[in-house]
Design a protein around this ligand. Structure first.
Ligand code: HEM
Length: 195
């Protein structure tokens, strides 16, 4: 209801325009006979268009716009925060950086990665995956309670009973802090030495 009242320039208007431009550019790319999905499978934007082509009533243009814009919102700060945490920890731990560089250089020399690297190719690099996960553990991108609904019969959580239907959550950032005695707040891959 409020959507038409939002400003059309700057701030939200800018993100809206960017979203529309990107959707239009993908739509025309999909029509090109040379178009090829990077990982072989269609990504979510291509899937939206496929579904719409099968049945335009199932997914409206506004649905596609809303979902793309949600993904931009959900995926931009999270990605920037995660990349910052990864780069920060690599700079603090030169030995980990060296091992990561070695893994990437080797994969590149063997022709196993393209530029830019695809999601599928990145999954095949175990040390890179460990570096990403360890940085996310130390600095979670979200500070949200990640709410969940207690299932039928209720649940015992941290010694307390919660009735079914209750909403419970634990902040991903607080979790790393609270359990530092278990996981080692300052531990990084250098100490873990993924042999
Ligand atoms: C490193 C980057 C990212 C991090 C750390 C991250 C983190 C998260 C977390 C913690 C949640 C909540 C999950 C839950 O409640 O179980 C979430 C949900 C979500 N994320 Fe991400 N995200 C990232 C990148 C992205 C990207 C790139 C996109 C879109 C292309 C995206 C789209 C979404 C959407 C749509 C949801 C809601 C899913 C649902 O409720 O079913 N995220 N993300």
């Amino acid at each position: 209801m409020l959507f038409p009242l939002l400003p059309t320039t700057g701030g939200h208007g800018y993100v809206g325009k960017y979203t529309m431009d990107e959707i239009a550019s993908r739509e025309s790319l999909l029509k090109s006979p040379d178009f090829k999905e990077r990982d072989g499978k269609p990504d979510f934007v291509s899937r939206f268009f496929e579904i719409r082509q099968e049945d335009p009533n199932k997914l409206t243009k506004m649905d596609i716009f809303t979902m793309c814009q949600s993904n931009i919102g959900a995926g931009s700060d999270t990605t920037a925060i995660s990349l910052s945490a990864i780069v920060y920890n690599l700079l603090k731990h030169p030995e980990t950086y060296r091992r990561l560089k070695e893994e990437i250089d080797k994969a590149a020399a063997q022709g196993k990665i393209s530029n830019p690297i695809s999601f599928k190719e990145a999954q095949e690099l175990p040390f890179l995956q460990a570096v990403i996960k360890e940085a996310l553990r130390l600095h979670s991108a979200t500070g949200l309670p990640l709410a969940r609904v207690v299932p039928e019969g209720g649940a015992m959580l941290a010694g307390k009973h919660f009735p079914e239907g209750a909403t419970v959550g634990i902040n991903s950032m607080g979790r790393t802090q609270k359990y530092k005695h278990l996981w080692g707040r300052r531990r990084y891959l250098a100490a873990r030495a993924m042999a």
